[in-house]
Design a protein around this ligand. Structure first.
Ligand SMILES: Cc1cc2nc3c(=O)[nH]c(=O)nc-3n(C[C@H](O)[C@H](O)[C@H](O)COP(=O)(O)OP(=O)(O)OC[C@H]3O[C@@H](n4cnc5c(N)ncnc54)[C@H](O)[C@@H]3O)c2cc1C
Ligand code: FES
Length: 332
């Protein structure tokens, strides 16, 4: 029997054979900071005080070799080899997740050929608190629960989600083909560590690929609502013109807020008022140095990895990059 000690909350837990530190903590009901659960986002980065762990594969943006040498680990990838003691480094969001509750689908809109906007009215909205950039677990009858990020601001009554149909995807396909207004769903949350850090009052860069626009919209609109005047740069990357949505909405925000700039990059097609580039290439071309900038990134894993690499090269500190890769986590 292995034990995990968490000095931050003065708890000692047992860890089952093959279980990661994160799995053991979540199984015990501890809100250990995490997001991707797959070694990609760094949200679960932790200090190992005592003991040895085996680290499962992860990206170098989530944990560098230097960090490993300093005794840092990723809790979602770390399997204890004996008794261990660890502390998380990430900030936990202000509000802990609330238990599952019901919701009614009160709106469904087709935003692109494969992205839908769902509007939900929660049975008990006051009980569901979130920070911009977080996600909920959505359960639709007949399909497994999946994470989807809130696109609305935390102070708005209705919850807005943007859901892209993944070819062959169990939940997203069902949402596209069968979910209709008036249907009941279940939501659980809020979860996730790629949330808006309102204490940072410097420049911010927010990068979305496809339906990754959902958390980016919530973060950007929340930042604007706080009245901060530091520059906000938004990049929206897609393949072709038919993949674009809410372009007029963001252009309108840029017109109304002089400190917000909005760029659209299309990787596979030329179109009026859009760059022909991958979004990571557009950022690299536009910014020589980004030290001190806070970065929020969301979208498909390949795009998130490429953007993280460019941001790190341009000088953004790794702990200033808050990223959500949109894929189905290992444990779902
Ligand atoms: C923190 C977080 C937030 C998320 N927020 C959103 C959101 O706001 N909007 C949104 O549309 N999605 C979001 N996702 C992704 C979403 O949770 C599901 O992974 C996605 O909808 C696919 O689920 P599925 O059941 O339809 O497909 P699955 O049945 O899980 O997968 C079917 C097949 O598709 C592959 N696959 C899974 N995801 C992708 C992908 N993104 N691209 C290509 N292939 C894939 C799988 O490997 C599998 O082979 C988020 C994911 C995470 C981790
Ligand atoms: S790297 Fe562990 S939760 Fe993302």
């Amino acid at each position: 029997m292995r034990h995990l000690t968490l000095p931050q909350i003065e708890r000692r837990l047992t860890v089952a054979e093959g279980q990661t530190i994160l799995e053991a903590a979540l199984a015990a009901g501890i809100p250990y900071p995490h997001s991707c659960t797959a070694g990609r986002c760094a949200a679960c980065k932790s200090k190992l005080h005592l003991g040895q762990v085996t680290l499962k594969p992860h990206t170098r943006f989530a944990l560098t070799d230097e960090e490993k040498a300093q005794g840092l680990i990723l809790a979602c990838r770390a399997i204890p080899e004996g008794d261990v003691s660890a502390s998380w480094l990430g900030e936990a969001p202000a509000d802990a997740a609330s238990p599952p509750q019901g919701a009614e689908v009160i709106g469904i809109e087709q935003m692109t050929h494969d992205i839908r906007r769902l509007t939900l009215r929660l049975d008990d909205r006051a009980r569901f608190r979130f920070t911009a950039g977080q996600y909920l677990k959505l359960t639709v009858d007949g399909a497994p629960a999946r994470p989807y990020s809130m696109a609305s601001r935390p102070d708005e009554e209705l919850i807005e989600l943007h859901i892209r149909a993944v070819p062959g995807g169990r939940t997203s396909s069902l949402i596209m083909s069968a979910l209709k207004t008036g249907d009941r769903v279940s939501v659980e949350g809020a979860l996730g560590s790629a949330f808006f850090r309102d204490a940072h009052d410097g420049p911010m860069i927010a990068v979305a690929g496809g339906s990754g626009l959902a958390p980016i919209k919530s973060i950007v609109e929340t930042a604007l609502a706080t009245g901060r005047d530091a520059p906000i740069t938004v990049y929206f990357g897609a393949r072709a013109e038919r993949d674009l949505y809410l372009v007029e909405h963001f252009r309108d925000l840029a017109t109304r807020h002089g400190h917000l700039t909005y760029h659209v990059a299309l990787s596979r097609e030329d179109a009026a008022e859009c760059r022909r580039a991958r979004v990571s290439e557009a950022i690299a071309a536009d910014h020589a140095a980004l030290a001190g900038v806070k970065a929020y990134v969301a979208g498909p894993p390949a795009m998130v990895d490429a953007v993280q690499a460019v941001l790190a090269t341009q000088g953004v500190a790794l702990n200033d990059i808050h990223a959500d890769s949109f894929f189905t986590p290992d444990n779902m």
